[in-house]
Design a protein around this ligand. Structure first.
Ligand code: ARG
Length: 298
């Protein structure tokens, strides 16, 4: 007698996902708040953010992104007020997700929630040992070609985790040392942009790191921002093709980006800045495309 049971392949034989258009995972700010202090931005803002305003601002970025990208949602969890900053939960590329090992105990529960979603969507999980902190896209980013990684240490992510993360994709990695506690994540002060440009805040790095950046980006491709723009999270920018989504910019910086051939979408992000976050930290990148989602034009 033929069996009627359906044989399902074991999970690890399912193929890993491939997203060939701009794709992000976001988490609504249902439980968002500045409920503890783990960075200098939160220090003066404890319990001073408005969840209603945060929701309105989050919907603003969610709406504009939905216009140009596929945006998936992760269910927000009570007790995780920083979960809205989903890009710190992992670094995802070619179906592999290097999952964060957060420095602060306050953010550690986020990893389990994100891991469950990634697993359910057939990503291969590359876990980071507990003793080597790593904070996802917050501290590590691919170069525009997707051939190498830039990784920061000094505040959150531990330098020893850089090689471990790079091994997930067998890529070379350049370590950068962050020296200003206000710019505690790489995404607060360094973002590769379409066309081979780099948006960055030089005083956030030590001298050898600046030398490594100078060696990789010619002077006419480096867009150094002022302290004013850096403290408005201008570098925490999301880049889809020619379009750069970020917070409010000074007219000077807006002009520089325009001259670089980029279109800028400025977003109101005051509530997230109180917690130390900007536009890029609100969306985890899942796309299997160059980091800027554009064609490479150098
Ligand atoms: N409160 C969060 C933290 O300190 C904010 C993260 C937002 N950060 C960013 N890198 N843009 O971990």
């Amino acid at each position: 007698m033929a069996s009627s049971s359906i044989v399902t392949p074991p999970q690890n034989l399912a193929s890993t996902p491939h997203y060939n258009r701009p794709t992000y995972l976001m988490c609504p700010p249902e439980w968002f708040g500045v409920d503890y202090v783990i960075n200098p931005w939160m220090a003066g803002n404890l319990h001073r953010s408005s969840r209603d305003l945060a929701f309105a601002q989050w919907k603003g970025i969610h709406n504009v992104l939905r216009g140009v990208a596929d945006v998936r949602l992760l269910h927000p969890e009570p007790g995780c007020p920083d979960m809205v900053f989903l890009s710190h939960g992992a670094l995802v590329h070619h179906g592999v997700a290097a999952v964060s090992s957060f420095t602060h105990p306050q953010r550690r529960p986020e990893s389990e929630h994100l891991s469950k979603w990634l697993e359910a969507h057939h990503f291969l999980l590359w876990n980071t040992p507990r003793e080597t902190a790593f904070e996802g896209e917050g501290d590590i980013t691919f170069n525009e070609e997707g051939t190498a990684l830039w990784a920061a240490h000094g505040v959150r992510t531990c330098r020893r985790s850089h090689r471990h993360i790079a091994d997930a994709w067998h890529t070379p990695v350049t370590s950068l040392h962050l020296v200003d506690p206000r710019f505690y994540h790489l995404d607060t002060c360094f973002t590769p942009l379409h066309g081979g440009f780099l948006l960055y805040y030089p005083p956030a790095f030590d001298a050898p790191s600046l030398a490594a950046i100078d060696a990789a980006y010619p002077a006419n491709k480096r867009i150094a921002v002022s302290e004013h723009d850096a403290t408005h999270m201008a570098c925490c920018a999301l880049n889809i093709g020619r379009t750069v989504f970020t917070g409010e910019l000074s007219p000077t910086l807006a002009r520089q980006l325009f001259d670089a051939g980029l279109d800028v979408v400025q977003l109101e992000l005051s509530e997230f800045i109180k917690a130390g976050g900007g536009a890029k930290s609100l969306a985890l990148r899942l796309s299997d495309l160059p980091i800027t989602h554009g064609t490479l034009t150098r």
